[in-house]
Design a protein around this ligand. Structure first.
Ligand code: ADP
Length: 403
């Protein structure tokens, strides 16, 4: 027996007819295609062959004789239910085989047709079966889409929850660091004010050490508050740059001068500057903040006796600023994190300069954000115990602020 399908071009529905009755196997497809033109009917006289085809193809309905040699229609129905439960199966029963018909329905048959076949009834049953199959598949697709949507929603909720937990942990960490860092200068302010009170009472005002300490503590608190403000502006996307053309060499020299005047204990700076001006369109206040942060860190994390060197140079259309110290350096595994918000290398407290505190872990974060907003980048090279070099690159062809 050949298994040639009776085909129609552009057919959408596909049904499989299984019957060992050759006459019926050829007559029924004609009956079907005459009434349902776009249907593709495949035929086979064997249930085993039908199962093989079912493995490669999805059918919209299967019509099978109930009595066949070898595997019969009921066994085939059972196998179809297992492999392709959405495919409706119509069974053809002999005249008066009610018991078999009931068995078929109990076994999950969609319908049964009695021989001799009533053409109208058969075609209606087939159309209903095909329609049911389409609906079942639509439901399955929608169910899958819903399931995958639910899965993606679950993943999104988990991700957001994690982000919120991290943000909450960062906030807690920040509150603890901020309160701790602000408490130190506040305590010295309180102590110095009490001392001044006593001296005023005793009229001993020749020594101005207390004033110096107050100034330093106030300056420290000012820096902390400025860092907090800058971070909050960055986070809100509101860090506005007011860019104007500036000579980077002159700008760096001014910052170095200011830093040397305020550094306590005094610091030795070695500078190497180009002889020509390097004009870049920058926000001078923010770029000064960048350099001051790097110098403060270089000072904070190295011995007072070791000089800090600053090298400003032109590399193509870029102004490169290198700040090098011979301080404690940074472990390789910490390097990827030092530009993150609130990140502070642990256990540096004992190694930082006595007059400085470690800080909020915001300086390098702010520095990097400012550099990025100027279209530049910042990198670091460091060896524990030998020192660090921070390199900032700022493009010389930046855009002037239109405001
Ligand atoms: P902080 O206010 O704590 O100094 P920063 O963001 O400026 O915060 O720096 C982050 C961390 O990077 C610091 O805690 C410090 O451990 C490390 N670090 C920064 N600069 C240097 C440097 N020049 N030498 C060694 N460690 C540094």
């Amino acid at each position: 027996m050949t298994h040639e399908p009776i085909t129609q071009s552009h057919c959408q529905e596909r049904v499989l007819l299984v019957d060992d009755d050759t006459a019926l196997l050829h007559a029924l497809p004609l009956t079907i295609t005459l009434r349902i033109p776009h249907i593709k009917v495949e035929i086979t006289d064997s249930a085993i062959e039908a199962l093989k085809r079912l493995e490669q193809m999805e059918y919209d309905a299967i019509i099978t004789d109930i009595k066949m040699p070898g595997m019969d229609g009921l066994a085939l129905l059972h196998a179809i239910k297992e492999r392709s439960p959405e495919t409706p199966t119509i069974l053809i029963t002999g005249h008066g085989e009610h018991d078999l018909a009931i068995q078929a329905l109990r076994g999950g048959a969609y319908d049964f047709i009695q021989k001799p076949i009533d053409r109208e009834y058969f075609l209606l049953a087939l159309q209903r079966a095909i329609h049911t199959c389409r609906l079942r598949r639509q439901v399955r697709e929608q169910q899958r889409a819903l399931e995958s949507y639910a899965t993606s929603l679950e993943a999104l909720v988990a991700e957001r929850t994690k982000e919120l937990q991290e943000a909450n942990a960062a906030k807690d960490r920040f509150l603890s660091i901020a309160s701790h860092e602000l408490r130190t200068p506040l305590t010295s302010l309180k102590m110095m004010i009490q001392l001044l009170h006593r001296r005023i009472e005793q009229r001993q005002l020749s020594d101005n050490t207390a004033i110096t300490v107050i100034e330093r503590a106030t300056r420290r608190m000012e820096v902390l508050v400025q860092d907090l403000l800058s971070t909050s502006l960055i986070e809100l996307g509101q860090l506005q740059l007011h860019k104007q053309p500036h000579d980077m060499v002159a700008l760096c020299n001014t910052v170095i001068e200011e830093f040397q005047m305020t550094a306590s204990p005094p610091v030795t700076l070695e500078t190497k500057m180009p002889t020509e001006p390097l004009i870049a369109v920058v926000d001078s206040i923010r770029i000064s903040q960048v350099l001051l942060n790097l110098l403060t860190n270089a000072r904070k994390y190295s011995h007072a006796a070791h000089p800090i060197s600053i090298h400003v140079m032109r590399q193509g259309e870029t102004c490169v600023i290198e700040v090098h110290d011979q301080g404690i350096g940074i472990e390789a595994e910490q390097l990827p994190y030092i530009f993150e918000r609130f990140y502070r290398v642990q256990d540096t407290k004992d190694t930082v300069q006595t007059s400085s505190s470690q800080g909020l872990g915001l300086g390098l974060y702010i520095t990097r954000q400012i550099v990025i907003q100027h279209g530049g980048h910042i990198s670091v090279q460091s060896m524990p115990g030998q020192g660090s070099t921070f390199t900032v690159s700022i493009p010389l062809n930046g855009q002037e602020d239109p405001s």
